[in-house]
Design a protein around this ligand. Structure first.
Ligand SMILES: N[C@@H](CCC(=O)N[C@@H](CS)C(=O)NCC(=O)O)C(=O)O
Length: 244
């Protein structure tokens, strides 16, 4: 039995929901409200995910964290519908996209989303003192320190612009790659496409025009249309906030 601890609009959770849908796997939903209820900081959840973040997968009592590791675990464990290239070099390229999704895209979109999404959302729900208390409950020292610094000093226009440029680098790499292959790795849809897709939707939702101007990057635009047309993408995005 598969249970996914996830949040409806989290990019990392969406990666896993797309993978589950591509593979036609049944799963049970355990919604973790990371915004208003802060379920992710509850001690029982932190026992499962010591970083206090979503997603977390429970497969018959085996706990797996980190979205990239979860999607590879699912693909390895349920190989009937494969989302990995056969060729080992192509597999390495696929893993490089997974790494890019986490180390370049997730990291920089977090920076860009801070003023756009995070600050207005938190200020609406909590006073500054409450926000400090919440951050002190974060289990990871690194994240706690980064977020406390951001709360004190904000994210500057320069930091935001730099992060957006790094996201532009990834979009350029996609455009170049997709000039000679149908999908991010070769001619089959793979975990590489799944790992990147939710962030493109986030760029659009954030109104980051320079990144999603498909006249400028037509190959990436065509790829994006094909990703969104897949039933797996639609199923993953149909999951709405159960508390709304
Ligand atoms: N590297 C982790 C990142 C997980 C992560 O940052 N999740 C976000 C949502 S996309 C989260 O739970 N944030 C809650 C918080 O920061 O309080 C993964 O890929 O699973």
């Amino acid at each position: 039995m598969l249970t996914l601890y996830h949040f409806w609009s989290s990019t990392c959770s969406r990666k896993v929901r797309i993978t589950l849908a591509e593979k036609g796997l049944d799963w049970e939903s355990h919604h973790i409200d990371i915004v208003t209820k802060l379920d992710n900081l509850e001690p029982d959840y932190v026992k499962l995910n010591p970083n206090g973040v979503v997603p977390t997968l429970d497969h018959d009592g085996k706990i797996i964290i980190e979205s990239n590791i979860i999607i590879e675990y699912l693909d390895d464990t349920f190989p009937e519908v494969s989302l990995k290239p056969e060729d080992t070099y192509q597999r390495a390229l696929m893993r490089l996209w997974l790494d890019t999704a986490e180390m370049q895209v997730h990291k920089n979109i977090n920076m860009v989303s801070y003023n756009k999404r995070h600050v207005p959302r938190m200020n609406k729900l909590f006073t500054k003192e409450e926000q400090i208390e919440i951050l002190m409950r974060f289990p990871g020292a690194d994240k706690r320190a980064t977020m406390l610094k951001r709360l004190e000093n904000g994210v500057s226009a320069e930091e935001e612009a730099f992060a957006e440029e790094r996201l532009g680098d990834v979009m350029d790499k996609m455009e170049l790659t997709l000039a000679s292959s149908e999908w991010l790795v070769g001619d089959s849809f793979s975990l590489a496409d799944i790992a990147i897709a939710p962030f493109i939707e986030r760029f659009e939702a954030n109104g980051m025009e320079a990144l999603v101007d498909w006249n400028k990057r037509p190959k990436a635009g065509d790829w994006w249309s094909r990703v969104q047309a897949r039933p797996s993408y639609q199923t993953a995005y149909a999951f709405q906030n159960p508390n709304a």
